[in-house]
Write a protein that binds this ligand. Structure first.
Ligand code: SF4
Length: 319
């Protein structure tokens, strides 16, 4: 159920411009019924924190643990460093991302004498397994996803580890130029939209007789997206909180905008501009799967005049 609350206080004027705030219209604040941390990201943060508490040596994440600079900064303050290269980590424990890594990474880390904390989300592990199985069954593998994304690199690495190959694709229009065999297996990055995945499967099916489509989109992604659409249909403007590099946050913003309203992607509440809200009676808030609760709550406070509404109820996706 979507939580909603009526703004009893006028929105503070974040830009510091304008007239008497009490003259601003009362607005309704709607929080998407699911917003913020998914199961996998929450688990990764908890594993990293618990390693920090129990382990005396250095704790370093390989790359960014999640796509949220503010939470990464908070972890750094707690003594959890980040490094882009395995070779520059000089000892201690290495924490691997929830999005997964190629199998060569934990192997090399252990060879380097590092203690490995693998936070790969179980749903991402399932994609690795599905991809390897498709290869072993003789399918040419198409992977729907964003170029260079950590999860994509991990999936490709898992298939290459067993001698296979993966073709990554991000748009249905790209299918035409692909050289396709007789048997094609199609999987997806966990955070893609079902509509895009379905469109690519449909295109491939026009050209290939045997298509095995395994929908590996994560339930959390679906839930965040459908909750964002539902929220956007009930508000005049949407504020979408999440890292600027977070692909799933960007998709939430796009989906909100597709519902015919203005939608703004912010990392922190300081970015909210009063002119976005001018004349809008209902403000919706949602957040990507890597956005910590404290940032969503700070945003709500900003929109609600400094306090959280009494009936504030932030619910995460089930998966
Ligand atoms: S979006 Fe889904 S697959 Fe990705 S980390 Fe979260 S729960 Fe796991």
């Amino acid at each position: 159920m979507t939580s909603s609350m009526v703004l009893e206080k006028p929105i503070e004027n974040p830009t510091g411009t304008g007239s008497d705030p009490s003259s601003l219209p009362k607005r309704k604040l709607i929080v998407a019924r699911a917003a913020g941390y998914c199961f996998g990201v929450r688990r990764a943060i908890e594993m990293a924190q618990s390693t920090r508490e129990r382990f005396e040596g250095r704790v370093t994440t390989l790359g960014k643990l999640i796509h949220n600079p503010q939470e990464i900064a908070r972890l750094q303050e707690k003594g959890i460093e980040a490094s882009d290269r395995l070779t520059t980590i000089k000892g201690g424990a290495i924490v691997l991302s929830a999005h997964g890594v190629p199998p060569s990474i934990p192997r090399e880390a252990r060879e380097q004498g590092l203690r490995v904390v693998d936070t790969t989300c179980p749903f991402v592990t399932k994609v690795h397994r599905a991809a390897v199985k498709l290869f072993q069954e003789g399918y040419q593998i198409l992977l729907v996803g964003d170029a260079g994304h950590t999860e994509i690199i991990g999936i490709i690495g898992a298939v290459e580890e067993v001698g296979g190959k993966v073709t990554r694709i991000s748009l249905p229009e790209e299918v035409e130029s692909l050289v396709l065999g007789k048997k094609v297996g199609i999987i997806s990055q966990t955070t893609q939209t079902a509509a895009l995945y379905g469109a690519i499967v449909a295109e491939v099916s026009k050209r290939v007789r045997e298509v095995k489509a395994i929908n590996t989109i994560c339930g959390a992604t679906d839930e965040l997206q459908s909750a964002a659409v539902d929220m956007a249909q009930r508000c005049d403007v949407a504020i979408v909180v999440g890292g600027k590099m977070s692909a799933n946050t960007r998709r939430l913003r796009d989906l909100c905008e597709k519902q015919g309203i203005s939608a703004y992607h912010i990392e922190t509440p300081d970015e909210i501009r009063e002119d976005w809200l001018f004349g809008k009676e209902t403000v919706g808030i949602t957040a990507g799967a890597s956005t910590p609760d404290w940032l969503i709550e700070d945003t709500a406070r900003r929109l609600y005049g400094g306090n959280l509404p009494e009936d504030w109820n932030l619910t995460h996706p089930d998966a």
